[in-house]
Design a binder for this molecule. Structure first.
Ligand SMILES: Cc1cc2nc3c(=O)[nH]c(=O)nc-3n(C[C@H](O)[C@H](O)[C@H](O)COP(=O)(O)OP(=O)(O)OC[C@H]3O[C@@H](n4cnc5c(N)ncnc54)[C@H](O)[C@@H]3O)c2cc1C
Ligand SMILES: NC(=O)c1ccc[n+]([C@@H]2O[C@H](COP(=O)([O-])OP(=O)(O)OC[C@H]3O[C@@H](n4cnc5c(N)ncnc54)[C@H](O)[C@@H]3O)[C@@H](O)[C@H]2O)c1
Length: 490
């Protein structure tokens, strides 16, 4: 796995300093909280133990999408008459990996350090820990200590790490987590992927297309279980067509590299079955990076997710000085949603400290209403999945009276133009009492770019009847909206 070289340039290493706001963790979320509090006129320092830009920039979103873009572009091109022959060959693996390396700036973060300087946020490199209320102690890379006092707020933005199952001697197998799956510099001959969530399906898609024999071991009965069932079904179909072996209802009982560290991985399944691989990726979810941040010094439990109110204050802490933003609060583990939270947290911290009114009304300036009503997500597989809001099951469970409208939109003119034999499925979930959309899902090639239209419809609570007047251009895939509306109106 690639590690980054840390830029030391802008680091401040005084032994003791006081700021209005101390942010722990400079992933996309911490960076944005710090930017906003600094813009609100509050002196702000950010603490980072690895690379400025966090998991997303170096071992998650950016490298994974850099690996997937050539895969999806080739898959699309193979469905376009006149192009098929030109793209029939294998991917240029060294070029794809080099592109990925460029996209993560070769695991260097000097650009982000420059940006922090440009927005007047100080940086302290090292591992930050709370040390009682409003106090953070940083252990710096040289073994020194920097004590940071917060006049007003400490914001914990420490994100998550991979959660591994409790299997005996797992570390001896050197399993891949999302970090290795996004930064590996060689294609394994045989890759076993454990899990059926977003990381599993995206990384299975990428490494299969790059040449690995991929076997997915999924303990449940389908993929992407939090989404509409047809999303996982179509993605499983796509993976199988690409040559992956997707197995459901399968649990791993043990793993070992019996022939030493460079030997193959032998995997024993709960039903006694065996298989061998060169690498095994555990894409089995995330855990909060709160195990070693001093939570015990303020009466909280290390290793817990940090529960917050809708303005990101940690509910269990008195006096409202502790905020938790991004993955670590477990509300919506996605970069765009974390950055939305950061914009809101920065604004509400600024308002509270500067004595300005706080707007906590639904969809108000200082409340992250979208976290519970309209989280958008694109899964970059072939086909893509794009979803926002509630699934039909979630909407029904919430007690709403809903109408579920489905459409197989492979026959809309834009889809036919986009790809020969286009397969796509869409669902919209309508709240019948309010006459508005509460959830939309599209599955099909290229649907990621449709998602913002659905997000606007859900967030704006546009009456569905008004959408009849929102005319999709001909011939685009957006005509799926017309089909959904026709089906809804009957
Ligand atoms: C493989 C993969 C692909 C993904 N793809 C997407 C995608 O396409 N789109 C999307 O929206 N989301 C995606 N995600 C999710 C996305 O990566 C996270 O939601 C996002 O990174 C969360 O940002 P964050 O700032 O909260 O945390 P992180 O990005 O995890 O950043 C936290 C930072 O805090 C630092 N830190 C932690 N503890 C300390 C400490 N004690 N002291 C100092 N520093 C500390 C860490 O070093 C890190 O830099 C993906 C995730 C994975 C695993
Ligand atoms: N494109 C994107 O937006 C994108 C891409 C990747 C990740 N992410 C985000 O990152 C987060 C983490 O993704 P993830 O895929 O790691 O987690 P996940 O929670 O989505 O999926 C975890 C999978 O592992 C399985 N699992 C858990 N424990 C297991 C065990 N012990 N044995 C076998 N299987 C087990 C679960 O059943 C599930 O299928 C998600 O919340 C996702 O939203 C987003």
């Amino acid at each position: 796995m690639r590690n980054g070289t840390q830029t030391q340039g802008a680091a401040v290493n005084d032994t003791s300093r006081t700021y209005d706001v101390v942010v722990i963790g400079a992933g996309p979320v911490g960076e944005n909280v710090a930017d906003r509090t600094s813009a609100a006129g509050l002196s702000t320092v950010i603490v980072e133990g690895e690379l400025i830009g966090g998991e997303c920039s170096f071992w998650a979103c950016e490298p994974s999408k850099a690996l997937l873009r050539p895969v999806l572009a080739r898959a699309d091109a193979r469905r376009v008459p006149g192009l098929k022959k030109a793209v029939a060959g294998p991917l240029d693996v060294p070029a794809v990996l080099a592109h990925r390396d460029d996209m993560v700036n070769h695991w260097q973060d000097e650009d982000q350090v420059e940006w922090l300087n440009s927005v007047s946020v100080d940086l302290v490199r090292g591992h930050g820990r709370l040390d009682g209320p409003r106090q953070v102690v940083v252990t710096t890379p040289d073994g020194g200590t920097v004590r940071l006092g917060a006049r007003h707020v400490v914001a914990v933005c420490t994100g998550t790490g991979a959660a591994l199952p409790d299997l005996p001697r797992l570390d001896e197998v050197r399993p891949w987590t999302s970090r290795e799956a996004t930064s590996a510099d060689a294609v394994p001959g045989r890759l076993v992927v454990v899990g059926g969530g977003v990381v599993a399906v995206e990384m299975a898609t990428a490494w299969r297309a790059l040449g690995a024999e991929v076997t997915m071991l999924v303990r449940g009965g389908g993929l992407l279980s939090r989404m509409e069932p047809f999303a996982g079904e179509l993605v499983a179909e796509g993976l199988r067509e690409a040559g992956a072996d997707v197995r459901f209802g399968t649990a791993v009982a043990s793993v070992a590299r019996e022939d030493g560290p460079d030997g193959e991985v032998r995997i024993t399944l709960a039903d006694g079955g065996q298989l061998a691989a060169d690498e095994i990726l555990f894409a089995t979810g995330r855990q909060p990076r709160t195990g070693d941040i001093g939570l015990e010094t303020i009466g909280l439990t290390p290793g817990d997710w940090l529960k917050v109110d809708d303005t990101f204050r940690v509910s269990a802490v008195e006096d409202g000085w502790l905020y938790a933003v991004g993955d670590v609060n477990h509300r919506a583990l996605m970069t765009h949603q974390g950055k939305y939270q950061a914009r809101i947290a920065g604004a509400v911290i600024g308002a509270r400290v500067n004595g300005r009114p706080v707007d906590e009304s639904r969809w108000g300036t200082h409340v992250a209403t979208a976290d519970s009503e309209a989280v958008p997500q694109v899964v970059f597989t072939d086909p893509e999945v794009a979803a926002v809001g509630l699934s039909a099951r979630e909407a029904e469970r919430s007690g709403r009276r809903v109408k579920v409208v489905d459409n197989d939109f492979g026959s809309v003119a834009g889809a036919i133009q986009y790809a020969e034999g286009y397969r796509g499925k869409a669902r919209m979930v309508v709240d019948l009492d309010r006459g508005t959309l509460v959830g939309v899902t599209f599955v099909g090639p290229g649907v990621g770019e449709l998602l913002y239209s659905a997000t606007i419809a859900v967030v704006s609570e546009v009456p569905v009847e008004r959408l009849w007047h929102a005319v999709p251009a001909f011939p685009t895939i957006s005509e799926v909206w017309l089909r959904l509306m026709e089906a809804y109106r009957g």
